[in-house]
Design a protein around this ligand. Structure first.
Ligand code: 2AM
Length: 176
């Protein structure tokens, strides 16, 4: 049976992706790690792994029934996880709406056999991969704000040495 590697995510608006790429170039040395392509910058809500068509359709139906309010996300934190080699941007205070949405999607995924990490959910946008050496993080004071008005199901494809993310479906969050 054919499967796709899928995850639920918040997409970042293209202008924000460009701002983050510029900030990354200004603040990290080229040898710090492998930069994630601008179009691939996103915040994962729930990772599903390899999913067959039937499971995908069930999870899409459940996603379409979610009624959660839109929320504001402040990207004002950064960190380095040396073991997976990830440099990330995140929020000092994750909005409750984000945590609720991720928690719901992760629970639905788990009920459909998509194993969820035992680690607590730490919302983040991965900026660099293969960042296993010591990293000097930029001083605090950076801050980007975005309105999360929708969420998406994305697929991850690896071909010709590159990872590409493609949006499979999107659903709106309700306006306040
Ligand atoms: P990362 O950015 O922290 O690596 C697509 O691969 C997205 O799913 C990425 O945002 C990635 O998170 C996340 N992801 C990949 N494998 C994962 C896993 N085993 N558990 C949780 N998230 C994962």
């Amino acid at each position: 049976m054919t499967t796709q590697r899928l995850f639920f995510a918040l997409e970042l608006p293209a202008p924000l992706q460009q701002q983050l790429v510029q900030w990354r170039a200004d603040n990290f040395a080229a040898e710090a790690g492998t930069p994630v392509a601008a179009a691939n910058l996103h915040l994962t809500l729930a990772f599903l792994g390899e999913v067959n068509r039937e499971t995908q359709e069930s999870l899409q139906q459940l996603a379409a029934r979610i009624t959660q309010p839109a929320f504001t996300l402040d990207l004002d934190d950064a960190g380095h996880w040396p073991r997976p080699g990830v440099v990330w941007l995140g929020c000092r205070r994750a909005p409750r709406g984000l945590l609720q949405l991720a928690s719901l999607l992760r629970a639905q995924a788990a009920r459909h056999g998509c194993a969820q990490s035992a680690q607590p959910f730490h919302p983040h946008v991965t900026l660099l991969r293969h960042a296993t050496q010591r990293i000097v993080l930029p001083p605090r004071g950076f801050h980007w704000q975005m309105e999360a008005t929708r969420f998406a199901l994305c697929s991850s494809l690896f071909s010709r040495g590159r990872t590409r993310y493609k949006t499979v479906a999107r659903w709106p969050l309700t306006s306040a």
